[in-house]
Design a protein around this ligand. Sequence first.
Ligand code: ADP
Ligand code: ZN
Ligand code: ZN
Length: 807
Amino acid sequence: MIGTGTTMGGLSQQNAEAARASLPVAAGGVVSGGVVSGGVVSGGVVSGGADSGGADSGGLVRRLVRVALPVPLGQSFTYAVPDALAHVRPGARVAVEFGRRRCLGVAVELTHELPAGVAPERVKPLLGVIDREPTLSAELLTFLTELARYYIAPMGEVLRLALPTLERTLAEQAQQSLGKKVHGVGQLVQVACALSASERPPGPPPAGRAAEVLALLDAEGPLELADIDLRVQSGRQAVKRLSALGFLTVEKQPRRRDPYFQSAVLRDQPKILNPGQARASSAITEALDTRKAASFLLDGVTASGKTEVYLTAAAHCRTQGRSVIVLVPEIALTPQLVGRFRARLGDEIAVLHSALSEQARLDMWRALKQGKLSVAIGARSALFAPVPDLGLLCVDEEHDPSFKQEEGVRYSARDMALLRAHRSGAVCVLGSATPSLSSELSVRTGKMRRLKLTERAHGTAVLPKVEVVDLRRYGPGPSGDALLSLPMHRALEQNLAEKGQSILFLNRRGFAPSLLCADCGHIATCPHCSVALTVHKRRGGHLSCHYCDHQQAISTHCVACNSARLLEEGAGTERIEELVLASFPTARVARLDRDVAGGLKSEQVLTRMRKGEVDILVGTQMVTKGHDLPEVTLVGVLNADSALSLPDFRAAERTFHLLVQVAGRAGRADRPGRVLIQTRCPEHPAIISAVAHDVDGFLEHEMRQREELGYPPYSRAALVRFDAVDEAEAVREARRLTAVATRAAPEVDALGPAPAPLARLRNRYRYQLFLRSAKREPLRRALLAVARSAPKGKVRVSIDVDPVSML
Ligand code: ADP
Ligand code: ZN
Ligand code: ZN
């Protein structure tokens, strides 16, 4: 589904009218967000069948409450508060009737004002209040309200981001709110718990190992036996002895049902920071001590010790009794980061990841809310961790496009991290080896402070040597494939001989990106999308669409001319793996891409790599993200041009980031690394800068480019997407709403409507309108005009503020 969050297509005419009427024009002609502050609301009012059960009618001023509901309408709805439910508070979940359905919503505001033009007797009463204590803190509710306003997204959808259980049925919710504790079927583990001084036997305490164990428990609280055994030699026996003597008890407790906590980790000690780290870290702790909002860009090459700085800051924040949120691009790919936080801060950490069960998610959510866990680590959704007193928000690899959610509410977790921290007086630290242009501009305009780490943390390690292989000059190497050129082949050969590990990076999974007819040139395409089908060879082989997951058998004949001469064109990671195996029969080869790697499976490949059981790893961008692989001494980028050719003003930036990230995999520890970049445009600035490790030079060039062309971060942009099964309808609606936008804000630069680069997806034709403006206000005015002018017919419209993907 595309843009369900801001989709307006499915509304009945009546609701569409309501939606339109409910976006008031504030003084000065600026439309206010129409979300919570809007003040005029009508959704809870259903025409006909006035139902005043419980609520008094007549002209009395009654207590009213505005409720956000998880429905695709951009505003909250007004209900009457019956006397019996007068305890309702903003932030609490409530039960209401919406249309004919019973719905759970969140109370956002208490008021006495009726929506304009709505007769009091038509306002329905609240049916129930689920939470006596607000489920969302005032801080989080305010933040979410601002987020909804910024992205012109329905408040109900935004709440869904923060309340994973909102969609559950009323009955379940009511039960849970009664405090009925649900225990999972998790495995039980033995936990040692020290008794208090008064409960312990009189006389001298035990000496030796037992004393060590006791000291550990006194210092850190209950610990799993497995953990104790790791940390104190013969820890288990010591526990047994202490238990027999009456110093502690051993209880069985449910194991944390979470793969990130399955093995115990050794606690470590803070490292002695190098001068750069020390400066960065004291700037952050000083900011924490003032308890005022501040934001920093932690700018340092891969392995310069940024994580070490987060750890120091997090530890400091915890000593203040405040909570920490750490956002990472892909939690499944960075389990060792979780390990490092556990080692430093202990297990009082919530790891929010997609493999969690609903129950586990709820448990964690509650533990965070109650302050039992004070650190939340996760991908973008961890931004909404309901921690009571947020002190520090770290965003690792802040430039990573995956912080942008591309469906539902299209928010950027990086941007919103800055907002949440700012509003709650927390410190935000954005870390990157290749800062985003947006951060760069913030630094230049003084909104953010740069903390620079100039060296790799291990003093001896040097940056790898980067060389370009011009594919126009070199033909295929011995393997016969153009992407394994002769220099690449030689480098692999040499590195194997020297017992070094190699990584080959190619941003295409599958065997071949297309199936081409040698006679008529026809390319097999997806029946539902305007995309070539990728050839996959594993498990018997099939053709697959990487956009809609359509799969079909590999054709034997061309559908256009019936020729049997079909060519598997180009190479994906599967083919490269096969070619490498054939060229280097003695090498141990592994592959890492989405076809291999779900969740922790990727970790298995990486563990083998770390243990030295793999010589050559072939993979997609999954291999580029933050893995500590110290033995890698050769990195080959097979095709640097694939990202350059995308129809996107950020293509150069993406390519540069990717190249620097992947090059950073080489030569971490004490061994120098070598990086080979294959390209057909070696003179491109992104490639020249990547080869020279010239981050500043690239930023300089690209900033100038964007400024000249008026692209973000020097302007504000938005993308309005239209899609429909019927192409003519999509076009008509796109044209109409483009006119609406330009009428509302003539000063906004409107490009389009034009067919989207991915012109058809899942049987729907796609058009888009790119809007750009030097200032945010006119752009917002245009977008609100679009949002208000609900589309007619079956066209879906979605608004993407600060778009990242242009497809
Ligand atoms: P980054 O997050 O910038 O990639 P890390 O924090 O992961 O860098 O540091 C890279 C490596 O250097 C890690 O193995 C880390 O333990 C080590 N390291 C970081 N800081 C120090 C330090 N001050 N002293 C010794 N080793 C350090
Ligand atoms: Zn053909
Ligand atoms: Zn498809």
